[in-house]
Design a protein. Sequence first.
Length: 88
Amino acid sequence: MEVDPGALGSIVKNAAMRARIYAIVTVIGIVLQCIIAAILAGAGTALACNGAGFSVWFTVPLVALAAVCGAYLPIQVQATMLARANTN
């Protein structure tokens, strides 16, 4: 696979190393998206449960479920995009 040199091409001359760096940066971006989405989904659910007056025993599992669902969303979008790129 040939990666466009771009701005990184002036620093890293090896195309394979550039591809590896781009892949690492992409994975780091996806992980950060998942963490932020999980925090936002969990916090929003906690606020909603608190406002509704739910008990802690009911709120904690809902917050955990919301965090998992929130973290899944960026992974789903990226996986779909990669699947389309690999099948064309």
